[in-house]
Design a protein around this ligand. Structure first.
Ligand SMILES: [Zn+2]
Ligand SMILES: [Zn+2]
Length: 269
């Protein structure tokens, strides 16, 4: 029995960063989210890009989206990188209700920018999971709620990741953050404050008094771009650990500090 979180991990995606959304029900115009998705004209993504305001769950960096199909099965339909947008940009009517998003609830919706990712694309429109109907929440943290996958699925780690144009853009955004001199300086002084005036690699503990021996790394590339980068988002690494971080098969998902530590403890195989 395979679970959805096992599939995420096999693709080197941390379930702690993923929100699961299961869209169901029929809107006042007579369509279901499944109908919108079947149209393939972008109306489904537009529909799910607006959400009830101020819900931290939706600020998860990744969304795995599902729709309820006519057989009431929970069908996987896409994996997205998400960042919060500006609700002032919403200038369309909700494809499900025909009115401005959120108007029926009396509160304007938040806007999220969704970048469809190549990860899990082989499962789009085919993978089904069990979604216990006894619990009504349609949106959940993956880390709190692992779902059984129905049917045969290969969870061997993927060997390669096909970079998408969005991937290139994200990569550039990440490099820009890492080269920002003010962020670099702030991250390094925070690091030396924690190490008696020395600088230390957060993955292998290499210490040195010369701060030019260290790099500043942004571990969550999907959080770059429209969102402000905080110094607390950054990690100080020695050049070897930094190079290693970016040698992961999925360039959108560098090795985490925990993975780098494991790699160091194993003698850097
Ligand atoms: Zn290191
Ligand atoms: Zn880096």
């Amino acid at each position: 029995m395979v679970t959805f979180n096992e599939i995420l991990r096999a693709h080197r995606i941390d379930p702690a960063q993923v929100a699961l959304l299961r869209h169901s029900g029929k809107g006042p115009l007579g369509f279901t989210p499944y109908d919108l998705w079947r149209r393939e004209d972008g109306s489904f993504d537009r529909y799910q890009s607006t959400q009830a305001p101020d819900k931290p769950l939706f600020e998860s960096p990744y969304w795995a989206s599902f729709v309820s199909n006519p057989a009431n099965e929970t069908l996987f339909i896409g994996f997205y990188g998400t960042t919060k947008g500006d609700r002032a940009e919403i200038d369309w009517l909700c494809p499900m209700t025909g009115i401005p998003p959120g108007e029926d609830k009396g509160r304007p919706s938040d806007l999220y920018r969704l970048v469809p990712l190549d990860a899990l694309s082989e499962y789009r429109g085919s993978l089904k999971i069990a979604w216990d109907d006894g619990w009504i929440a349609w949106a959940r943290y993956a880390r709190r709620s692992d779902h059984t996958v129905l049917g045969e699925v290969d969870t061997r780690p993927i060997a390669s990741f096909e970079a998408s144009p969005e991937g290139e853009e994200t990569w550039r955004a990440q490099r820009a953050v890492e080269r920002d001199l003010r962020l670099r300086k702030a991250a390094l002084s925070k690091n030396s404050g924690e190490h008696d005036g020395q600088y230390a690699c957060e993955a292998c503990n290499f210490e040195h008094a010369d701060r030019a021996m260290f790099d500043v790394h942004h571990p969550h590339p999907l959080l770059t771009g429209p969102r402000m980068t905080r110094v607390s988002d950054l990690v100080v690494l020695c050049p070897v650990c930094h190079r290693r971080a970016h040698r992961s098969v999925n360039r959108m998902l560098p090795y985490s500090v925990a993975e780098l530590r494991t790699w160091n403890e194993a003698g850097r195989p």
